[in-house]
Design a protein around this ligand. Sequence first.
Ligand SMILES: *Cc1c(COP(=O)(O)O)cnc(C)c1O
Length: 431
Amino acid sequence: MKYYSLNKKAPKTSFEQAVVKGLAPDKGLYFPEEIQPLDKSFFDNIEQISREEIAFQAIQQFVSPEIPKKVLRQIIKETIDFDFPIVSLNNEISTLELFHGPTMAFKDVGARFMARCLGYFNQNNKEEITVLVATSGDTGGAVAHGFLGVKGIKVVILYPKGKVSNVQEKQLTTLGQNITALEVDGVFDDCQDMVKRAFLDQDLTSKMQLTSANSINVARWLPQMFYFFFTYQQLKSKYKQLVFSVPSGNFGNICAGMIAKKLGLPIEHFIAANNENNVITKFLKTKEYVPEPTIATLSNAMDVSNPSNFVRIQEIYDQDFEVLKKDLTSYFYTDKATEKALIEIKEKYNYIADPHGAIGYLACKDYLKENENVHCVFLETAHPTKFLPTVERVLNETVALPDQIKELMNKKKVAIEISNYGGLKNFLLSK
Ligand SMILES: *Cc1c(COP(=O)(O)O)cnc(C)c1O
């Protein structure tokens, strides 16, 4: 598959180069040149096909020929070796639990897939690749675990001091080996700015191969389509029309679902579930795209004012606003509504959601008010204990930590403190 830049000012490139570079030289996001729908027989027989085979069929065209079939099968096997259970709340609403991976966040899927692709491309260790990533919480842990021990790759994670949860901090500071955590005296935006500056700093880029590991990278973004297929496989015989409610920040997850639909997966509709960072809700109403300053919320993984993957969504829909509107609805909710939803889900269904999933649930409910004969699946994007202080305060009860988290809390944090870009640069050059 060839990839082109959505800024259209860079040459087409291979999957390998798209993964290694992350962003095109014209700063555009890479997008696959053509998307070939899968055979009808694949969907007819999907209940008889293994999960690994489904994932293989879904992604093969996007990574060939550079990743040989045999290698791809192995990468997939390692990427999805955990469960993706669906829990039904009632006849109209289910939740897809995406938190059964090593860091209990859906980002594990993309991070593990990307790590293995990059590891394969870099197996001869010609030049070490440094993955540089800023995190407000979940990305760091998923990337750290995904890349742990991958030969030829160093991972440097910047996180804002005191601004990530205890669990999240432990997940990115206790691994060692090829993973280094930099604790930044600042907020997430400072971390993000430093990373961006590093990518533009020729002093650095002439000396080392830097790449990113957020959802702008095609190898992290595309595998997120797998679990839309797995959901269809499990619910196909029960419900005719499936709608997905996706708690969205940078819109990578929902955009991967749209690629699945392009491949022929019968998805009736998408709902972008948002907090008060609601640029897309407004856009779908007014056709005007006006990013505003980020608002801090309880669902902080969605505190994004200018979602980076929205340009990809527009490309999928050929920049046609009306066609996009047929497939996409967006609702947004306040922290107050989020808290009420956490309580409602617990009281009505005896289920503990996290703040992001709770917003997905609300969006399902609102959509179902206006649409009949559909089944709405909201994505539980993280385990509730990753947002323990909020969940315990709102539900007014203690929530037991899963064993893997308990173990983690006993490990020792190792991080290097930095306060500005000079600190980052010195660190990178000193290695
Ligand atoms: C990253 C994240 C999101 C947002 O996903 P996007 O692909 O950026 O839209 C939602 N919920 C949680 C818990 C996350 O970590």
